[in-house]
Structures are given as structure tokens and as C-alpha cells.
Design a protein around this ligand. Structure first.
Ligand SMILES: C[S@@+](CC[C@H](N)C(=O)[O-])C[C@H]1O[C@@H](n2cnc3c(N)ncnc32)[C@H](O)[C@@H]1O
Length: 258
């Protein structure tokens, strides 16, 4: 299944909105008024919309039509002017050095060829500009979800996503490219009405988990996987004022383009 078709399944935003704060923070830290910025794999558009609201010239790109439609509706409701582009993030339609800021929140890490993805990020960024990429750290609850699921999947092993989650992996991905890398680990506090709703939001709404479910259910081990996911959330989360709070660490890579 093509990435755009896969990511249009379910209801990504139902859980994804709970970590939109990470995108808003990236904009506050790295985008200035008047910058041109592209949000690659923008999903429902939180980063591009925040950038437009802060006075940047913003473009959002994604392969999933359903998410782009949602992003477009949200931008209209927020009175944010964003150019929305339907495209594969590894082969974008933009000229070289088109943007001051090239950003991707939990998106470009899904590229099947990380080195080709990094080359595209660098190609799009003007010399002197910056590339900002977010990925869940391997120790975090979300960073452990893919390795957990892969234990239930035939042929499941490490995926290219994991290389974006550690400094050493990112250094390898960008090696030889004209950038200076800077790393920061940050935390986003995701909040759900309860732990069980958190688990359900992921298992029933997240497109990647809808695919995982369709592969694991026929093996009869889906219940076991859900139980492991529940344990993972129990370990990392806590009840706070009648809500379930799951703090999740992510690695922010900023690549300063030479
Ligand atoms: C985890 S979501 C992140 C969405 C958004 N940036 C956020 O922070 O909520 C991953 C996104 O990557 C997009 N994506 C995955 N592969 C892609 C590809 N090859 N080209 C463009 N977008 C892709 C999906 O459609 C989805 O919107």
C-alpha cells in the first residue's frame, strides 16, 4: 500500500493532535517572521499552520489526501495562509534552496531510504538556513511502540525509523552533507481522558497500528499485543487530576545548512 493511502486510514489526528505542541514549539524556537518554511509530511498541518500564524511564508506537504484535506480545513478555520502540496516527501516538486527552514515533525523518519531523505532536506534548504527534524527517542513510550509491534510481525526487525531516533544514527544519515548538526532531547506531555482511551486511540485510530492489527489479528496474538501496549503506557504514564498523562521524549535535530 502506498504511504498516502496508508496514512489516510483511521483517524491519525485523534492521537496526533495530542503531540502537536512539539510542532508549535519547533516553530517558536526556529522560525522567524518572514521565513519561508516547508513542513514535510505535515499530516493535519499543526507545524505549517503555527508557522503561518507566526508570520512565516508556509508550505505543508504530505502524501495522504485525507490528512491534507483536514489540514486545509484547519488552516481556513484558523485564518492561516498555507500552500498545501500533495507529493511524496522524498521527491518534492520544489527548486533547490527554496526554503529558509525545512521542517518535519515525526514525518521524514518514515522515508524508506534515510540518506536519500536527508539529501532532499538539504537540497531544499538555502545555505545559511536550517533543517529541523523531530523523532521519538528509542527509550520513550512512542519510541518503543514499533519495536514492540515488530515482535509480533513476521519478518519484523529494525526499521529505518530507528536511525532518526539517536544522535549517532542521524550523524550517519547526514554524513558527507554540508550541515552542522545540533541535538536536543525535549518532552511533550500527551494527555488522554484515561490510559485505556490512550491505548484505543492508537490501536483503533493510528494508521500504522491499523496495518499492524490487520497483520497480527489473524495470528491470534492481537490481544497479547494490546496488553503489552497497555503495560508500556502504564510504565511511562501516570494519572493526574483524573486524566492520563504520558510524557514522551523526542530528539530534535537541527541541521544548520552551510
Ligand atoms: C506520524 S505522521 C506525522 C504528521 C505530522 N507531521 C505530525 O506531527 O502530527 C506521519 C506523516 O508522514 C506522512 N508520510 C509518510 N510517508 C510519506 C511520504 N513518502 N511522502 C509524504 N508524506 C509521507 C503521512 O502521510 C503522515 O501524515
Amino acid at each position: 500500500m502506498e504511504p498516502g493511502e496508508m496514512w489516510s486510514l483511521g483517524d491519525y489526528a485523534s492521537a496526533g493532535d495530542r503531540w502537536a505542541e512539539a510542532s508549535v514549539r519547533l516553530v517558536a524556537d526556529h522560525v522567524s517572521q518572514g521565513d519561508s518554511i516547508v513542513d514535510l509530511a505535515c499530516g493535519p498541518g499543526a507545524l505549517a499552520i503555527a508557522a503561518a500564524k507566526s508570520g512565516a511564508d508556509a508550505t505543508g506537504l504530505d502524501a495522504a489526501p485525507a490528512l491534507l484535506d483536514l489540514a486545509r480545513r484547519r488552516a481556513e478555520a484558523a485564518d492561516a495562509a498555507v500552500d498545501w502540496v500533495a507529493s511524496d516527501m522524498t521527491e518534492t516538486p520544489f527548486e533547490d534552496a527554496s526554503f529558509d527552514v525545512v521542517a518535519s515533525a515525526f514525518g521524514c523518519m518514515f522515508a524508506p531510504d534515510p540518506e536519500a531523505m536527508a539529501a532532499e532536506l538539504v537540497r531544499l534548504c538555502r545555505p545559511g538556513g536550517r533543517i529541523a527534524v523531530l523523532a521519538w527517542t528509542p527509550e520513550s513510550a512512542f519510541g518503543q511502540m514499533a519495536p514492540l509491534a515488530s515482535r509480533y510481525l513476521e519478518g519484523g526487525g529494525s526499521s529505518p525509523v530507528e536511525r532518526w531516533t539517536r544522535e549517532t544514527g542521524v550523524e550517519q544519515i547526514f554524513s558527507g552533507l554540508p550541515v552542522r548538526l545540533e541535538f536536543t532531547v525535549r518532552t511533550v506531555k500527551t494527555i488522554w481522558p484515561s490510559r485505556d482511551e490512550a491505548v484505543m486511540d492508537i490501536t483503533d485510530g493510528n494508521p500504522a497500528w491499523i496495518m499492524i492489527r490487520s497483520a497480527v489479528e489473524p495470528t491470534g496474538r492481537w490481544g497479547e499485543l494490546v496488553s503489552d501496549l497497555t503495560d508500556l503506557f502504564t510504565t511511562h504514564g501516570r494519572d493526574e487530576n483524573g486524566r492520563f498523562v504520558l510524557p514522551v521524549d523526542y530528539l530534535e535535530t537541527v541541521a544548520h545548512r552551510r
